[in-house]
Design a protein around this ligand. Sequence first.
Ligand code: PLP
Length: 638
Amino acid sequence: PFFKINARGHMAVRPHGAKTDPNDEIDLMDAIHKVVASQVDTTSMPLIIRFPDIVKNRMDTLQVAFDTGIMRQRYRGRFQGVFPVKCNPDRYLIQEIVSHGAQTNFGLEAGSKPELLMVIDAMCSASTDAFLICNGYKDVEYVKMALVARRIGLNTVIVLEQVEELDIVIQLSKQLKIRPVIGVRAKLSTKHAGHWGETSGEKGKFGLSVSEIVQVVKRLRRVDMLDCLQLLHFHIGSQIPSLAIVREGVSEAAHIFCELALMGANMNVIDIGGGLGVDYDGTHSSSSDMSIGYNMEEYAETVVEAIKDATIQKNVKQPTLCCESGRALVSHHSVLVFDVLSAHKNGGNHCDRGVSLNIDGLPEALMHLRGDLERSVDEGDYESALMCAQKLKHECTRLFKQGLLTLEVRADIDELFEVISVLAENKKAEEVMDQGVSRKASSGYSATYHINLSIFKSIPDSWAIGQLFPFVPLHRLECEPTERVILSDLTCDSDGKVTTFIGNDKLGSETAKHLPVHELECGKPYYMGMFLGGAYQEVLGSMHNLFGNPHVIHVVPSKSAVGFRISKFLPGQNLASVLMAMHHEPQLMFDNLKERVDDYLMDGTFEKKVTEETLLTSFSSYTYLDPPVNTQSCAFNL
Ligand code: PLP
């Protein structure tokens, strides 16, 4: 509900969802133009645009979904969510979540020591009832930090991830004289088969088996601390595809919860972990890894009902419901904006000129292949033409390696092969073309768009696990897209590309092999957006080729003429900053370079001035590329 195409043919964002005032809309191109205009001395793209209001909307929707489920099921407990900061540990995002969640006791979840420190600090301004859930493997220091957080009034729960952690908790709490609140993470037998389900099931990496949980109860009873055990946690895996899995997992956990209560533990919270999914591909289907077959309301009601049923059956007090949804809360709030630097048409521009078989200097021995090729082209049999072109290319390459062919002839044959490949693909596409789909949009006529970002930095899940994200041109959407492209990034790595897209390009597969976009226009930027990447992508991103964090802006609705204001601009990393991350010392480098320049070049000369300026100002420049001034996309038309 947050995104639409507006009357200007631009992508627009509705930070409060579809049900609000139709004027409550932010044109993404207006936001981009504002940033570009203000960035006179540095490159503007790529850029992450955050919409804090979308996060608030998602938090409210989640809260309302559980409140409604609780009311409809006449459940006697409340809902209190926590945000797992691993999803996106950005300082300002966490601050927004804590301050917006203050009314509903919304808390945070940490899974490591640095996350815990961050969360302790952030929660100093949260409501005192909000949970601070401590997950992840723990050592003495971790447990100590969690215990002292309780001493300063935070509602910290130490969730045991391994049995070994229990001894540390018992010893330290005695030593520090702090009564802990303890949770256990259960390893459920319920498993989800999707990509993100590997953490689930009895062989999952995390949590305690039922026999280990029983050992924990016995040990706590022996040391007179059974009252400290208050929470049961589980996590079936991220992006749970169907409600059937939710129901099965929650029921299993609810029965463990009830049994713990019946064994004498002071059980009052059930924490259902994350897993509430996102409909990335828009199919609303439980059979796709990239979608889910339910909505938030249905999810919440299923959870409430399953817990209610178990507690009624076992006559146990109904607990507070906690969930650790991450992906579902923050995926929508950020849009990654980037520009296209250039395009490479498959077949170069030769496709437009048609097939030319006049190749000067082709050895006599290969003339028969050329003849076969010509005949196939004349007959319109591009399948055979492609086979001939392949043979010709193979033979030419072989002869070139032996020094028997010139570079120019080899180049001509390579071009010929590319043209024939495209024509053959087009012909195939035409045969399966649906009525009403334009020829270009349904054909194999394709290009590579070189985009100004690093997939490894900004969309790592696309590379690592083949996750699909919606990629959309941000303007010119009033015109039909005529090109079909794949995207290739700036890194010197052949994996740095996106070749699978949401949709169906009518070639019989469930995903599209090309993205429909517009032809680049000489001298004009072409902006695209990657949507739904607000969870995991920023923090998982790596520094391959030393491309750094992109600029980030926060955009909030306002009463101004454009309907928004940029409330924050957080500059992306510059060269000095990424070098420092690899332990280089820009100051030392700077001194070293200056010395070298002084040794080599005479004071007061033009050469010295330019060299010095170039080397020294580079430290503060952005790691991404400036689009070529006034020539952008012109190479396309050469
Ligand atoms: N809680 C735990 C323990 C997790 O491991 C995860 C992620 O895998 C989450 C919460 C967040 O899950 P999601 O982003 O699917 O809501």
